[in-house]
Write a protein that binds this ligand. Structure first.
Ligand code: MG
Length: 154
């Protein structure tokens, strides 16, 4: 059994759709980034990569490569999902936390869990997504969404 950890954050800006956990959310701002800015999927990618010793998401999909400009991060996770089987491993479960002042993540958690599990090819009950407000650092975390994730592979 191996464990990997991932973290990512992106800034909320005007003029972008908000895609988080491969789910489009109803919100007037979206996450900036070279790709679609989906920090939850980026954290999950890094967690899986960490568990298999596969480096990090920037090694695989550099933000200097025009190929990944505005790319759907679901493509990153689909590609990363192929790596554990290549090492004779399978993702056992994912546990992730999203840290956001707004929007409210809770109504979207189930849809996100379903998307992440489907991209990884594992049952939805093996993906757990939690949501936290940045209590005590609200000002520092305004207009930011952050996510961390742990992946267990066996
Ligand atoms: Mg990122």
């Amino acid at each position: 059994m191996r464990i990997g950890f991932g973290f990512d954050s992106h800034r909320l800006v005007d003029g972008r759709p908000l895609i988080l956990g491969a789910v489009e959310m109803d919100f007037p701002k979206g996450l900036s980034g070279h790709s679609d800015g989906d920090c939850l999927l980026h954290a999950v990618c890094d967690a899986v990569l960490g568990a298999v010793g596969g480096g990090d998401i920037g090694d695989l999909f550099p933000d200097t490569d025009p190929k990944w400009k505005d790319a759907a991060s679901s493509a990153f996770l689909s590609a990363v999902a192929k790596m554990p089987p290549e090492c004779g491993l399978a993702v056992s479960n994912i546990d992730a936390t999203v840290i956001a002042q707004e929007p409210l993540i809770t109504p979207y958690k189930k849809a996100m869990e379903e998307k992440v599990s489907s991209l990884l090819g594992i049952p939805a009950e093996r993906v757990n997504i939690k949501a936290k407000r940045p209590e005590g650092f609200e000002d520092a975390a305004a207009d930011v969404i952050a996510a961390c994730a742990v992946a267990c592979v066996e």
